[in-house]
Design a protein around this ligand. Structure first.
Ligand SMILES: *[C@@H]1O[C@H](CO)[C@@H](O)[C@H](O)[C@H]1NC(C)=O
Ligand SMILES: *[C@@H]1O[C@H](CO)[C@@H](O)[C@H](O)[C@H]1NC(C)=O
Length: 342
C-alpha cells in the first residue's frame, strides 16, 4: 500500500512509449460502500476455489469478494472494531491452504501532519487467518506482532501439497522481512536491509513481495525499484538483496503479480501498470501513465490465467473517489525472458 496525491506528480512522469494493453473496468466502488467515505482497495487475490476476487480494504479491515463476471461486492470479513484496538485496515494476502488466506492487518494514520501523508501505527499490526471453506467466512488472529512497523505484502512459501506452514511478510517501515509460522504464530525477522528501507521521511520501503523458485521478489516503493533476495526453500536469505529495475522517475512501484516467467506486472502510483522483465533495462508501460487518469492509484494486481486484475486505492480527501477493479487481457502467460539472476 501507499497513498499519495494522484494530482501533482503527473508533471514529473517521464513520457513512456510502449506497448499498451486495453484496460476494462470491472467495478468502481461506491463511496458509501465501506462506511468511511470512500473505498481504498489495498490488495487482491484470486480465490482458487471459484476464481472470484478477494479484495482487502485499507478503509476498514474488510475483505470483500467480487465476481468479475457479475460484480456485486459481498463483504466476507470485517475485523474493524472486533475488539478494542482492532485493526483498521487489511494489507497483504496469500493463500496458505485451500481456500484459507493469511492476511496482514493494522491501523494507519492519514493526513498532512504525518510525514509522507500516511504511517502505520507501531504496535497495531497482526496476522490473521481467513477460512472461506464452509458457508460463512471464519477468521482468527494468528499472532500480533507488536514490534512490526508496517506490515504490508504477504507471500506463502510452498509447503507440502497445497499447504504452506510459513509466510513471509514485508515490513515497509522497518525495511525488514518477517517469517511467520501460520500454525504456531512463531515469528522472527529474517532480513533487515538498507535496500528494503524507505528513504528518510518516506513511509514505504519494501512493499509487495512474492516468493517464486529460489527468489523472494519485491518492490521498494520509496527507493523506487524492483529486486530480489535469493532464499532457501524454508525462506531464509542465501544471498544479498539485489535491485534489478528502477521505477520510472515520478512513479512509485506498489504490489505486483508474477507471470509464469517471473516477469512482474507492477501496480504503480500514481496511475499506471508496468511490466518488468530481465530483458528490458526499464519498465515497460502496460496501461495508464502519462496524463491518463483512468487508474486512480494502483495498489496491486493478480493473474487469473492470462487475465491480469488490477486494483486501485482511489483518493480520499474533499473529493473522494473510491477504488476500482480493472482487467487487462495479457494474451498469454508472459513474454519469455531470461531468468533473473541475483
Ligand atoms: C465493520 O464493522 C464495524 C464494527 O462492527 C462497523 O462499525 C462498520 O460499519 C462495519 N463496516 C461495514 C462496511 O459493514
Ligand atoms: C527525477 O525527478 C526529480 C524530482 O523532480 C529530479 O530532481 C531528478 O533530477 C529526476 N531524475 C531523473 C533521472 O530524471
Amino acid at each position: 500500500m501507499q497513498t499519495r496525491g494522484v494530482l501533482g506528480v503527473l508533471a514529473l512522469l517521464a513520457t513512456a512509449s510502449a506497448q499498451s494493453y486495453p484496460l476494462s473496468l470491472v467495478y468502481q466502488f461506491e463511496n458509501s460502500f465501506s462506511g468511511v467515505g470512500y473505498v481504498n482497495i489495498e490488495n487482491v487475490a484470486v480465490r482458487s476455489s471459484n476464481g472470484q476476487l478477494l479484495l482487502n480494504f485499507a478503509t476498514g479491515a474488510i475483505m470483500t469478494q467480487l465476481n468479475p463476471e457479475n460484480p456485486v461486492p459481498e463483504i466476507l470479513v470485517n475485523i474493524s472494531n472486533a475488539y478494542p484496538g482492532a485493526p483498521g485496515s487489511l494489507t497483504g494476502i496469500a493463500e496458505t491452504s485451500p481456500d484459507v488466506y493469511t492476511v496482514a492487518a493494522g491501523t494507519f494514520q492519514f493526513g498532512p501532519q504525518v510525514p509522507g501523508g500516511i504511517a502505520g501505527i507501531p504496535g497495531s499490526f497482526s496476522l490473521w487467518s481467513v477460512d472461506l471453506n464452509g458457508p460463512k467466512a471464519k477468521y482468527r488472529q494468528i499472532v500480533a506482532i507488536p514490534e512490526a512497523g508496517l506490515l504490508n505484502g504477504v507471500t506463502a512459501l510452498p509447503g507440502k501439497g497445497h499447504y504452506s506452514d510459513v509466510v513471509l511478510v514485508a515490513d515497509s517501515a522497518l525495511g525488514a522481512i518477517w517469517r511467520v509460522n501460520v500454525h504456531t504464530g512463531a515469528y522472527e525477522t529474517i532480513i533487515q536491509d538498507p535496500l528494503l528501507q524507505p528513504p528518510p521521511g518516506a513511509p514505504f520501503g519494501v512493499n509487495g513481495i512474492h516468493a517464486s523458485g529460489p527468489y523472494l521478489y519485491f518492490t521498494n516503493s520509496g527507493l523506487g525499484f524492483f529486486g530480489a533476495i535469493p532464499i532457501s526453500a524454508d525462506g531464509y536469505p542465501t544471498g544479498p538483496v539485489t535491485p534489478f529495475v528502477n521505477a520510472v522517475n515520478g512513479t512509485n512501484f506498489d504490489d505486483f503479480a508474477l507471470d509464469a516467467n517471473s516477469n512482474a506486472w507492477i501496480a504503480t502510483a500514481p496511475n499506471a501498470v508496468y511490466e518488468v522483465t530481465r530483458d528490458s533495462p526499464v519498465p515497460i508501460l502496460i496501461a495508464g501513465g502519462g496524463d491518463d487518469m483512468t487508474l486512480l492509484g494502483p495498489t496491486s494486481a493478480a493473474f487469473r490465467g492470462s487475465t491480469l486484475f488490477v486494483v486501485t486505492g482511489g483518493a480520499g480527501g474533499p473529493m473522494p473517489m473510491s477504488g476500482q477493479v480493472f482487467r487487462i487481457e495479457t494474451g498469454g502467460y508472459g513474454r519469455k525472458a531470461k531468468k533473473w539472476v541475483a
